[in-house]
Ligand binder design. Structure first.
Ligand SMILES: [Zn+2]
Ligand SMILES: [Zn+2]
Length: 262
């Protein structure tokens, strides 16, 4: 039972194809990029896990992890571009953008060290050293405590990936402490990320999982077929699959009782 109640949120690993061109400015390259990122996120926003494809339409923007206003080179830098819902892209991630603008000496260094130029673009799909260094500078800013996607961020103290988990019984996102051992500062970083994207904010918080659990109980342990709009439900569904109807019903009923204290 216990292990069903903590969901580990994914680390994204886009599988770029050698024979495809990815980019931000050219239309076809942009489409390719959206496609590979959507595939790696399973069709969810990389920051808030909301479904981005609804009814065959894609409600998402390409999202520059380190803002492209810092350097023209970042504009077409593939490992620096993730996919996000409009809300995360246009407002939640933007907050504090001016305050975390990188100092010019750091930018100059990056531009010198980074081996791709605007004229002769290399198709780099892994963050180069220069980009990693830039990312570090970004994350050290108090307004920059963001788990940048799709490359992810590693903790300064333990070197482990900074990741989230979802605790079903407490209805909240937390640092992935069941999977990794983090330092206090790393936990604080992840918590700042959670606050920024309002993942535990009552207004934005997903209700999907509770609807799903109720539907399973009403259906006597049968898992409903239809799509939910949040990754958490899909993940939970995946964990239940392979179990018997009786087991599934038992798990959902006990969760329901604990959450609603009956
Ligand atoms: Zn989002
Ligand atoms: Zn590059």
């Amino acid at each position: 039972m216990e292990d069903n109640l903590i969901l580990q949120m994914p680390l994204f690993r886009p599988r770029y194809k050698k024979w495809k061109k990815y980019g931000y400015t050219k239309k076809d390259e942009k489409e390719n990029l959206k496609e590979v990122l959507e595939e790696s996120s399973g069709g969810y926003c990389m920051y808030c896990y909301t479904r981005i494809r609804v009814d065959g339409k894609l409600y998402a923007n390409l999202e520059h992890a380190i803002e492209k206003s810092n350097s023209a080179k970042l504009r077409e830098c593939i490992p620096n571009i993730g996919i996000a819902c409009p809300q995360c892209n246009q407002s939640l991630k933007k907050a504090g953008e001016r305050k975390r603008k990188l100092p010019s000496e750091i930018i100059e260094n990056y531009e010198k060290e980074s081996r791709c130029s605007l004229e002769k673009r290399k198709q780099c799909t892994v963050a180069c050293k220069a980009l990693r260094r830039l990312q570090k500078a970004c994350c050290n800013n108090c307004e920059g405590k963001i788990i940048l996607q799709p490359m992810g961020v590693k903790g300064e103290d333990t070197g482990q990936p900074l990741a989230l988990q979802y605790d079903i019984l407490h209805m909240e996102f937390q640092p992935a402490k069941d999977r990794y051992t983090y330092s206090g500062a790393e936990k604080e970083f992840i918590e700042a990320h959670i606050r920024r994207f309002r993942l535990n904010d009552p207004v934005y918080k997903t209700r999907g999982i509770y609807e799903f659990i109720k539907n399973v109980i009403n259906g006597n342990g049968v898992i409903p077929e239809y799509e939910y709009n949040n990754w958490i439900v899909d993940k939970f569904r995946e964990q239940l699959s392979g179990k018997s109807r009786e087991e599934i019903l038992k798990i959902c009923e006990s969760i329901f009782k604990i959450i609603f204290r009956i």
